[in-house]
Write a protein that binds this ligand. Structure first.
Ligand code: SF4
Length: 346
């Protein structure tokens, strides 16, 4: 198999979905895009009904259950979009979304109503001109974050052109990309794509989205090494997901995997209120307990920031367990990595 699986029939034929559930999966497919790359399909154990890779990419009839409070645009992109393809939520940075296609479609995706073949599509040259014009016209924009969709599905030529044009904007100092490609389609990370990522001449950061240590295959490791060796600084992004990484050992191993691959753990996202994703969501208390467990278990280098995107587009807020709380008498109670408390007269 050398191409992604894109339909319930293909998943059934590959032994990755139950034929008896195909009608329900067709109903999911009518609503949300499906793609499982060969690299991810090869990682799935078809004999394991709880396989954490399958859970991320193989559709589930549970996606048809829309809960009250779930939102088509859970992090409020559209209300902060001054021109097509730009989200300007914070003063000094913008998202630039040139494409709404991904190599895989994550079943918990926070932009699942926008991505896929029937999603918001790829920017036209005119829309890209307008978006770059917006960035040029706002000198407070210090950082541009290419996201989507996954910007690394673009050809090296197209990506290089965008990066070169960002390089011409003097006030933009940093270009960051958010991608899943180095793990889900590592063969895309070739010399041309690496050169394209460096074409802006600015500091280039790549935030890799990965959620389970098994995603770090040898091919993924080689792709990551090509990026890091080329001077691209890598950060992590993961989503805390029930049935995938809601286990202290798995979470610790995931964070160690990032660091061993020279990727600094950055964000651990609380799952967003995307439609049909309640089967992935943990409570905030469960998430905080898992994150507290990381403190004692693994190196400070491996600690991510546990983060909530406040619904409605109000931005990100750190929601990790509070290690220090005021006592009300001018002193504080501080909790160490063993869970023991101490007084601090600060
Ligand atoms: S790669 Fe990102 S944008 Fe694409 S489906 Fe997964 S979470 Fe959504």
């Amino acid at each position: 198999m050398n191409r992604p699986l894109r339909t319930p029939q293909e998943l059934v034929d590959a032994g990755l979905a139950n034929a008896a559930r195909q009608p329900e999966l067709e109903a999911v497919a009518a609503r949300y895009a499906i793609a499982v790359t060969p690299a991810m399909a090869a990682l799935i154990d078809p004999a394991d009904p709880d396989d954490p890779i399958a859970r991320q990419f193989v559709p589930d009839p549970a996606e048809l259950r829309i809960q009250p409070g779930e939102l088509a645009d859970p992090i409020g992109d559209l209300s902060h979009s001054p021109v097509e393809g730009i989200v300007h939520r914070y003063p000094d940075r913008v998202l630039l979304k040139p494409v709404h296609v991904c190599p895989v479609y994550c079943r918990f995706c926070f932009r699942r109503e926008m991505v896929g073949p029937d999603g918001l599509g790829t920017m036209t040259p005119e829309a890209l001109d307008a978006a770059l014009g917006y960035i040029s016209g706002h000198p407070e924009i210090w950082e541009v974050i290419l996201t989507g969709g996954d910007p690394l599905v673009l050809s090296a030529r197209r990506l290089g052109e965008i990066m070169r044009r960002l390089g011409e904007i003097a006030h933009v100092k940093v270009v960051r990309l958010h991608s899943r490609v180095p793990v889900v389609e590592p063969e895309r990370i070739d010399g041309d794509l690496v050169a394209a990522l460096k074409a802006s001449g600015k500091a280039a950061y790549l935030a890799l989205h990965a959620n389970h240590p098994r995603e770090f295959t040898a091919a993924a490791g080689a792709a990551i090494a090509r990026l890091v060796d080329a001077g691209i600084v890598m950060l992590s992004q993961s989503v805390l997901l029930r049935g995938v990484n809601d286990d202290p050992e798995i979470l610790a191993e995931l964070m160690r995997c990032f660091v061993e691959h020279r990727i600094k753990p950055y964000y651990l996202h609380h799952p967003d209120l995307a439609p049909g994703t309640s089967h992935f969501r943990l409570s905030i208390e469960e998430g905080q307990a898992l994150v507290a467990g990381l403190r004692g278990r693994i190196s400070g280098l491996c600690q991510p920031t546990y983060i909530l995107d406040i619904p409605g587009g109000h931005g990100k807020a750190p929601i990790g367990p509070n290690a220090i709380v005021p006592r009300g008498d001018g002193c504080f109670t501080v909790t160490d990595f063993r869970g023991e408390t101490h007084a601090y007269e600060g």
